[in-house]
Design a binder for this molecule. Structure first.
Ligand code: FAD
Length: 281
């Protein structure tokens, strides 16, 4: 049976690369605003590669009267560039950031003046006090470059102790991994909300490619079912809606503090899932 308990949602976009993409995203956002998201966030390319697109998408969201959150990655950055970007974001009226290390471009070392997201969180706190609400990333299935699950959990606790207000997880399709992560973080004194990141399933190849890169596990039964549909997009989408709605149900029933949707700049799946969850008016 479907519960209709309300749960806050937030939605993530990436900055489009073309004028057509910008226009398309404008339409997608309007459709998704009907869900009354608590905030909409915009990703930020490592090394500031998408900074202009990120900031202009954030500006658009703010102009539409919504709470816009900028992701902010520090890989390759210097204190001076971060200080400058923080001043720009403050002047734009941004009050919330997702503070990240970022993904390292292949062939490069860590470089820059920040090694880990915890360094960035500490720097932002030292520079701007409590002005920003800071989100950090969490990995219920362990970050792919972590030395061990224990060291990854410790790294998460360090980010929280450096001053994070809340966290958003990498996506996953195994609710137990999330609940265990939250329990273990709680046992280490983490009190902040850890919001599960939700990736709707729209295309099987895209999902496999993405998941391999970011270390999110696709359970065998989901992988095999997706493979069995071949190019039958309608069946993939229908199956994906069932799987992801069930996952959201389990997370809500287990007390997750919110649902953060990775939109991939598409609205249909999120609207459908939220409707099934009784979250669409
Ligand atoms: P960190 O928390 O710094 O962790 C990185 C690695 O270092 C982990 O393996 C950790 O275990 C290890 N580590 C951390 N501290 C220590 C320490 N003191 N000693 C030893 N090891 C340590 N990427 C983008 O480029 N742009 C985005 O906009 C973006 N948005 C994201 C949003 C969310 C919600 C999530 C979950 C991820 C996002 N990413 C984004 C991906 C993210 O940048 C990558 O996963 C990146 O590889 C790690 O970033 P982090 O902030 O989690 O790093």
């Amino acid at each position: 049976m479907t519960s209709t308990t309300s749960i806050p949602i937030s939605i993530e976009f990436f900055p489009p690369k073309t004028p057509e993409g910008v226009e398309k995203l404008r339409v997608v956002r309007q459709q998704l605003y009907a869900l009354k998201p608590e905030f909409c966030s915009v990703t930020f390319g490592a090394g500031g590669s998408t900074q202009e697109g990120t900031f202009s998408t954030v500006r658009d969201i703010l102009a539409e009267g919504m709470n816009a959150v900028s992701h902010f990655s520090c890989v390759g950055a210097t204190r001076a560039t971060v200080r400058e970007q923080l001043a720009t974001l403050k002047a734009m009226g941004v009050k919330r950031l997702v503070a990240l290390r970022g993904d390292l471009p292949s062939g490069f070392g860590v470089g820059g003046e920040f090694h880990y997201a915890s360094d960035l969180v500490a720097f932002i706190r030292a520079e701007t006090g409590d002005y920003f609400h800071l989100e950090v990333a969490a990995y219920p299935e362990v970050h792919p470059q972590a030395r061990s699950p224990e060291s990854d959990l410790k790294a998460f606790v360090t980010k929280v102790q450096a001053g994070a207000n809340s966290a958003i997880t990498q996506y996953f399709y195994n609710a137990d991994a999330y609940f265990r992560f939250v329990e273990e973080a709680d046992a280490l004194g983490v009190q902040i909300p850890v919001v599960p990141g939700i990736m709707p399933i729209a295309s099987s190849t895209q999902l496999m490619r993405f998941s391999d890169a970011c270390g999110a596990e696709i359970p065998r039964w989901i992988r095999l079912r997706l493979q069995s549909f071949g190019d039958d997009t309608a069946s993939i989408r229908a199956f994906g809606l069932d799987v992801v709605t069930d996952l959201c149900e389990q997370l809500r029933a287990g007390g997750a503090p919110g649902l953060h949707f990775y939109s991939m700049n598409q609205s249909a799946a999120i609207l459908n899932i939220c409707q099934r969850l009784g979250l669409a008016s």
